[in-house]
Design a protein around this ligand. Structure first.
Ligand code: 3PG
Ligand code: MG
Length: 393
């Protein structure tokens, strides 16, 4: 499980050498520029270290999910300016990896280049060794710092690590594996998980994997409604996955008192009619109304449980947090994590929506993951191919 780190490479292995660094610059864009630079900033310790050691840094990433070839909408060129601002140094853009070798050789010591979106080439998602050879030619050694993409076995995350050695973990990758790994392997107790989001289907494996390890799992978000239906409660027009009700029933049966469901909900006739919202206990959801958040009683209950915890892992919002007033439950969980951290608890937040919900609070939490799907798969106990391909320590 422990992987060789960039830190373990001697100075001579870095100085003047071309470091091919897989980063996860799959960032949200708005009007052609970066809307949230969290993932760029998260890669800075690795990039800066390499530059200080005199390496020539060649960055590889995907961006979005382009279909069938190059698409300007997903060009990584849009990221260059923000990266230059954060680095305080110029970034050379390499539009075609197959023609990029001379550019990488011309880079000065400490220079930085960014290669165009790896998903513009069909072999990327097929983990094609031929494309991996093209990538490998751009560096003298390989660093994977893209934790957020480590659950993908792609040419730039997996195949390339077998071709270009040393193949080591960058500092962000290391940090993610340490925090998420330690939380699971040696949790201080009570260990409480908070899971939310729309769909139970995406969270089943993580519930199953966490149940034997945690003391409690607090459930919020629309996925709570599938559990309510499994308990025989009417949920009006709430989002439910009818084909998962039987499974929710089975999970309830085997989890005993560990699975903590909402006591009540914030409901409204529809999202556009949010102004008509009100709070009801979960057994009093009327016909024609839908659940959009956990209610005040649940917020208090979850907060009390979180303040007793010594380790907390959180993934998924409690309600439709991007549409106030249905953000209250998610904000309450964020506040409770900060308070628990203040009392010495280890507080870990998965990426994606839950990371967005704690934006600005990162310093008051133990760790906020840059990986959405990757952090979930890690919590599920799955092997991440991008990690497995790196050299063992
Ligand atoms: C992410 O944001 O989830 C990662 O960058 C991986 O992207 P993907 O889900 O499109 O593979
Ligand atoms: Mg994803």
């Amino acid at each position: 499980m422990s992987k060789r780190s960039l830190r373990d490479l001697p100075a001579a292995a870095l100085d003047g050498k071309r470091a091919l660094v897989r980063v996860d610059f799959n960032v949200p864009l708005k009007d052609g520029s970066v809307a949230d630079d969290t993932r760029l900033r998260a890669a800075l310790p690795t990039i800066t270290y390499l530059r200080e050691k005199g390496a020539r840094v060649v960055l590889l990433s995907h961006l979005g999910r382009p279909k069938g070839g190059p698409d300007p909408k997903y060009s990584l060129r849009q990221v260059t300016r923000d990266l230059e601002r954060l680095l305080g140094a110029p970034v050379e853009f390499i539009p075609d990896p197959a023609a990029g070798v001379p550019s990488t050789r011309r880079l000065p010591r400490g220079g930085v280049a960014l290669v165009e979106n790896t998903r513009f080439w069909p072999g990327e998602e097929d983990n094609d060794p031929a494309l991996a050879r093209v990538f490998a030619a751009l560096g003298d050694f390989y660093v994977n710092d893209a934790f957020g993409s480590a659950h993908r076995a792609h040419a730039s995350t997996e195949a390339v690590a077998h071709l270009l050695k040393p193949a080591v973990a960058g500092f962000l990758m290391e940090k993610e594996l340490t925090y998420l790994g330690d939380a699971l392997a040696h949790p201080k107790r009570p260990f409480v998980a908070v899971l939310g989001g729309a769909k139970i289907s995406g969270k089943i494996d993580v519930i199953e994997a966490l149940l034997p390890r945690v003391d409690e799992i607090l459930i919020g978000g629309a996925m709570a409604c599938t559990f309510l239906v499994a308990m025989g409660l009417p949920v009006g027009t709430s989002l439910v996955e009818p084909d998962r009700v039987a499974l929710a029933k089975a999970l309830l049966a085997k989890s005993g008192p560990k699975l903590i469901l909402p006591r009540g909900a914030v409901i409204a006739p529809s999202l556009p009619r949010a102004a008509e919202h009100r709070e009801v206990p979960v057994d009093q959801i009327p016909d024609g109304w839908a659940v959009y958040d956990i209610d005040a009683a649940t917020r208090h209950d979850f907060r009390a449980r979180l303040l007793r915890a010594k380790t907390i892992v959180w993934n998924g919002p409690m309600g439709v947090f991007e549409t106030p007033p249905f953000d209250a439950g998610t904000r309450a969980v964020a506040d409770a994590l900060v308070a628990a951290r203040g009392k010495g608890a280890v507080t870990i937040v998965g990426g994606g929506d839950s990371a967005a919900a704690v934006a600005g609070l990162e310093d008051k939490l133990t760790h906020v993951s840059t990986g959405g799907g990757a952090s979930l798969e890690f919590l599920e106990g799955k092997v991440l191919p991008g990690v497995a391909a790196l050299e063992d320590a």
